[in-house]
Design a protein around this ligand. Structure first.
Ligand code: MN
Length: 130
């Protein structure tokens, strides 16, 4: 990628937000931080991110509602969205992929797994664009 990829972080827990920011910025990405789905939509309206990392359980608008709205819009449909959630029940991964998330990370997060998922969905480890 020619520019620093921009990653939108959507998470209502401040400690997690800061942790995700550290992990993402250490990869050379720019970040914007939002507290919930409503704030995320406003941020996306202002500028489309290259990738979104979102919590599922949040006040005002949760991650499931957010992904539904993003997938319903032509403009935002192709943005890769990774779910970061404490859900640990069997079948959740399939359900999350079914509604349109490209990947799923469980909390507490494994920073290496988070970086790998971001790298994979941004395609930033493949050398030059060709
Ligand atoms: Mn939450």
């Amino acid at each position: 990628m020619a520019h620093e990829p921009s990653v939108l972080i959507v998470e209502d827990n401040e400690r997690n937000r800061k942790l995700f920011r550290l992990v993402v910025e250490s990869m050379g990405c720019r970040t914007r931080l939002t507290n919930d789905g409503e704030e995320a939509l406003q941020a996306i309206e202002a500028a489309l991110p290259d990738l979104i990392l979102t919590d599922i359980q949040m006040p005002n608008m949760d991650g499931m509602k957010l992904i539904g709205l993003l997938k319903a819009e032509e403009r935002t449909r192709s943005i890769p969205v990774i779910a970061v959630t404490s859900f640990a029940m069997a079948g959740d991964r399939e359900r999350l992929l079914e509604v349109g998330f490209v990947d799923y990370l469980s909390k507490p997060i494994d920073t290496e797994a988070m970086q790998q998922a971001i790298t994979r969905h941004l395609g930033i480890d493949r050398g030059s664009d060709d």
